[in-house]
Design a protein around this ligand. Structure first.
Ligand code: NDP
Length: 281
């Protein structure tokens, strides 16, 4: 049976380390502050935003909350971002996605000062990651690297397959694994012989948004399986993109859903807030 990678415990360890860093920055006169903007009241977004604020409280940094009505115009949102870009007392700006359909997400992401882009979604942040320069890294993939490292799983030289090629998970995940000297393959919905490709993986990262798509016939015996998915199954129970019960007996280590990758995303957002001070220095 596989070892269960405990994202909750590892994220707590990281948050406790960040608490100390936040206290040291405070003692040196810097009160790190994250501004969180939410437009509308998507129920999942409300939960994420609440957890982000709780995370700030836990590590002892400030958070400013902007809960804007659904009918907020793109111009109004851009004006607020400009104001926050200019404020020296704001270190990080996060716009909770998805945005209502009358607002163009891409334009909004580009409006955030790359020095305050703690989500790591700005094209400049992505470009910096691609060419190995300092910048913010998308939180979920950064959290997965921490999960692997802190679980004692070697990445260098390993065959890694990333299933999914989204801008916020799959692509930055592949770049980070490459930075860690893995041999990386990205697979997606047009990949031929998908199971043959995923079965090559020593480390398989799954981010497809399809409940329990990955069963044991996608997995090499003894692989490490990281499940990014957050879905609801037929009984409305939270589940990942991996069929945990089917895959766990054949792999070496696996993340559960919930309690695997999810808690790491917030921990890495908080880490980016602390790191922002260096980037802004
Ligand atoms: P997207 O929908 O943006 O991307 C999904 C990717 O999976 C696409 O590249 C798509 O391929 C590929 N894909 C879809 N179906 C298949 C299939 N049947 N076979 C092979 N590839 C397939 O999703 P995200 O990357 O944003 O998110 C993925 C999952 O991770 C979701 O469940 C999401 O909720 C979760 N998530 C969890 C986070 C966390 O903190 N734990 C954070 C972010 C996301 P193609 O490009 O060809 O269409």
């Amino acid at each position: 049976m596989a070892a269960i990678i405990d994202g909750k415990a590892i994220s707590l360890q990281i948050k406790d380390e960040l608490k100390e860093k936040a206290a040291a920055l405070k003692a040196a006169g810097t009160n790190v502050t994250l501004a969180v903007i939410q437009v509308g009241s998507n129920p999942a977004s409300c939960v994420y935003v609440r957890n982000k604020k709780k995370g700030c409280e836990y590590i002892g940094i400030g958070s400013l909350s902007y809960e804007l009505p659904e009918e907020t115009t793109q111009e109004e949102l851009l004006t607020l971002i400009e104001e926050l870009n200019a404020r020296v007392d704001v270190n990080g700006i996060l716009v909770q996605l998805p945005l209502p359909t009358h607002i163009d997400e891409d334009t909004v992401i580009r409006a955030i000062d790359p020095k305050k882009d703690v989500d790591g979604f700005h094209p400049q942040s992505v470009g910096a990651l691609c060419i190995g320069q300092p910048g913010f890294v998308s939180c979920t993939p950064a959290g997965i690297i921490q999960l692997l490292k802190r679980s004692g799983i070697e990445i260098a030289g390993k065959e890694c397959v990333v299933l999914g090629r989204s801008n916020i998970v799959g692509k930055p995940m592949a770049l980070l694994l490459l930075r860690e000297n893995a041999t990386v393959t990205i697979a997606h919905s047009k990949t031929k012989d998908l199971k043959e490709v995923t079965k090559r993986a020593d480390i398989l990262i799954v981010a497809v948004g399809r409940p329990k798509l990955v069963t044991r016939d996608y997995v090499k015996e003894g692989a490490v399986v990281i499940d990014v998915g957050i879905n609801r199954d037929e009984n409305n129970k939270m589940c990942g993109d991996v069929d945990f019960d089917d895959v766990a007996p054949v792999c070496n280590a696996i993340t559960p859903v919930p309690g695997g990758v999810g808690p790491m995303t917030i921990a890495m957002l908080l880490n980016n807030c602390i790191e922002s001070v260096k980037l802004q220095g």
